[in-house]
Design a protein around this ligand. Structure first.
Ligand code: BTN
Length: 247
């Protein structure tokens, strides 16, 4: 498979890079929006994503993987794994994944991904947005950190984006066949710090606690709650630390 032709559009200010790329989802795969600042940055579960100018990598990437709906979580996992490798290559920082796709260092969030699926005729396309805290430690009410706080290094957003796109190229061909997808899934499961942890899964209307057992083929989290395995496709996960009070 030929490497993707990346077309990076850089904005000093934009509402949201995800919104911009979603509005152009009919264009060829490889469109990337990069912004210094977002006035209406969006996070998962309808939250806002706010960061000071030039303090973060804020970008959104258009991918057209040619997959079925139940396989699309793997595309998001691919970008999360690529971001993890890019951070390690540039800064030496070792990050883990927290289900579904946060990048964490010792439990503190350093990056988050927001994936949105767009139908284009019969084809499904995926816009994957990523925010990486480079010099900003995140809002005070969230357990978050930055690459600067962890390593003392100030990384330029564009430098991280270039390595991220290289890492996506390394993995992109894996989506095309079952063997590649299995290898990607194994890389994802290996990087997920959530598995084997006691977790609290918080959804808008319900919170449950149990032991994270694994993820299924669609990337859903399997949690043993008092002996019954429950499956979660959305939600926030808290890794319950030893000694922390249970529900
Ligand atoms: C999350 O952890 O809730 C996901 C955060 C995703 C934020 C990024 S920043 C670039 C892109 N544009 C957006 O509006 N959101 C994503």
């Amino acid at each position: 498979m030929d490497p993707t032709v990346w077309r990076v559009e850089h904005f000093d200010e934009i509402d949201s890079t995800n919104t911009y790329v979603k509005d152009r989802a009919g264009e060829p795969e490889g469109l990337v929006a990069l912004a210094d600042f977002q006035t209406a940055g969006r996070g998962r579960m309808d939250r806002r994503w706010v960061s000071p100018p030039r303090s973060s990598l804020l970008c959104s990437i258009l991918l057209a993987p040619g997959l079925q709906p139940d396989q699309l979580q793997l595309v998001v996992a691919l970008v999360a794994l690529s971001a993890r490798s890019a951070l390690e290559r540039l800064s030496g920082l070792r990050v883990a994944l927290k289900w579904p796709n946060d990048l964490v260092v010792g439990g503190d969030k350093v990056a988050g991904l927001l994936a949105e699926i767009v139908s284009q005729g019969t084809e499904l396309r995926v816009v994957v947005g990523i925010g990486v805290n480079l010099t900003y430690d995140g809002p005070e009410d969230v357990a978050a950190t930055s690459v600067l706080a962890q390593t003392g290094l100030t990384i330029a957003p564009r430098a991280l984006l270039d390595i991220l796109l290289e890492e996506i190229d390394v993995r992109r061909a894996s989506l095309a066949d079952a063997h590649g997808r299995l290898a990607l899934r194994e890389e994802y499961v290996g990087a997920l710090a959530t598995i084997g942890q006691r977790v609290r899964v918080e959804q808008s209307d319900v919170t449950v606690e149990g032991l994270a057992m694994g993820v299924d083929e669609e990337g859903r989290l399997l949690v043993d709650v008092e002996g019954a395995v429950r499956t979660f496709s959305v939600g926030d996960v808290v890794h319950v630390r030893a000694g922390e009070k249970s529900l």
